[in-house]
Design a protein around this ligand. Structure first.
Ligand code: AHG
Ligand code: MN
Ligand code: MN
Ligand code: MN
Length: 335
């Protein structure tokens, strides 16, 4: 069998031989892959199974939940609960931490997830995704103490996302590079199609919601203006701009061909600390991007060094091609 046809399971067993990942992590990742396959199927049949549209419920973020937000959450909970080493789950869609074990032990896993990312894209049939992050605990946790799931991103042992685009793909890091697997229709397998994904250090492409321009802080405003100034401006180049309203889709483009993604803190989201969520959006994407040779910052601090204070905490996010992120960071005066 040639390497590019390797199934996800074969890849994980190779990763175990080369880097010693545990049996339990393999089982958990296979369960996550199953959840993503089911979610992909639910999304693709949404118009037939009456799964599109909103519920009449609001999540802890203050967002009206889509039916598929709830379905995807339930699939993640069901499949992640299968692994006996998972002590706790943290979901975008659920206020409280799910405690799965009465007596958690050191070495247990905490799984953080955004079950459906970019869910405003569902009703217009554009790309959405799922994001997950896994931390291995160093001490026994107290199931009554939700604060014990507040771990820095640098403690992640694994992160990944599924993108439900023209094809469904699963992108994963276990801390030794980033690899991607496309879901093969017919066999139902995820097979290795993106080996050793790397982000070029330089780029001429950026992604930001420019409708928030009036709310941005000066460093982001400066960066944006310079990108738009073209060949006669300080960057001496023409820049291209993209925005999909799904972080997964924007990050996937960056992993594929470079670029930077910005969802900075601004005057409209400063009270919350930003828009994107630290534990299940920013941290997993930061680990993936760093493992692919890129960088991820709040503007003034490496994202994975942010000390969490709440499991639904929000944060400023700037990530992607290393040199471009460093430039934006320098505009924030931290370099
Ligand atoms: P989610 O659908 O999980 O709530 O996340 C949406 C996030 C992210 O995916 C995207 O980059 C951003 O919100 C889009 O924000 P705008 O609506 O400001 O474009
Ligand atoms: Mn949401
Ligand atoms: Mn999201
Ligand atoms: Mn979501």
């Amino acid at each position: 069998m040639t390497e590019h046809q390797m199934t996800f399971r074969q890849f994980l067993l190779q990763d175990q031989r080369r880097h010693g990942i545990s049996d339990d992590l393999i089982f958990l990742l296979e369960d996550v892959a199953t959840a993503c396959r089911i979610i992909s199927n639910q999304i693709r049949s949404g118009a037939f199974s009456d799964n599109l549209g909103s519920t009449d419920t609001t999540n802890v973020q203050g967002e009206t939940q889509k039916q598929l937000d709830v379905i995807a959450n339930d699939e993640f909970v069901r499949h992640c609960s299968n692994c006996s080493r998972v002590a706790a789950l943290v979901s975008e869609e659920v206020d409280e931490v799910y405690w799965l074990k009465a007596a958690p032990e050191a070495g247990d896993y905490i799984v953080y997830f955004d079950p459906l990312d970019g869910s405003s894209n569902l009703d217009v049939n554009l790309s959405v995704g799922s994001i997950f992050s896994i931390v291995e605990t160093t001490r026994a946790l107290d199931p009554g103490d939700d604060a014990s799931v507040l771990r820095r991103g640098s403690e992640q042992i694994c992160a990944g996302y599924a993108i439900y685009g023209p094809s469904t793909a699963l992108i994963v890091t276990t801390g030794t590079g980033v690899n991607g697997f496309t879901h093969q229709q017919g066999t139902g397998e995820f097979r290795l199609t993106y080996r050793d994904m790397t982000i070029p250090p330089e780029t001429r492409e950026f992604a930001i919601n420019a409708s928030r321009r009036l709310a941005w802080e000066a460093p982001v405003q400066r960066y944006f203006d310079e990108c738009l100034a073209g060949t006669d401006g300080p960057r001496g180049a023409s820049f291209n701009m993209r925005w999909t309203a799904s972080m997964v889709a924007d990050v996937h483009r960056i992993l594929t061909r470079g670029g930077v993604f910005l969802y900075p803190v601004d005057s409209g989201n400063r009270d919350q600390g930003g828009k994107l969520r630290l534990m299940y959006e920013a941290n997993p994407m930061a680990l993936i991007v760093e493992q692919a040779g890129g960088a991820a910052t709040t503007g003034s601090q490496r994202i994975m060094d942010v000390e969490p204070t709440s499991h639904h905490q929000r944060v400023s996010v700037i990530l992607g091609s290393r040199d471009e992120v460093a430039l934006i960071e320098s505009y924030h005066g931290s370099v």
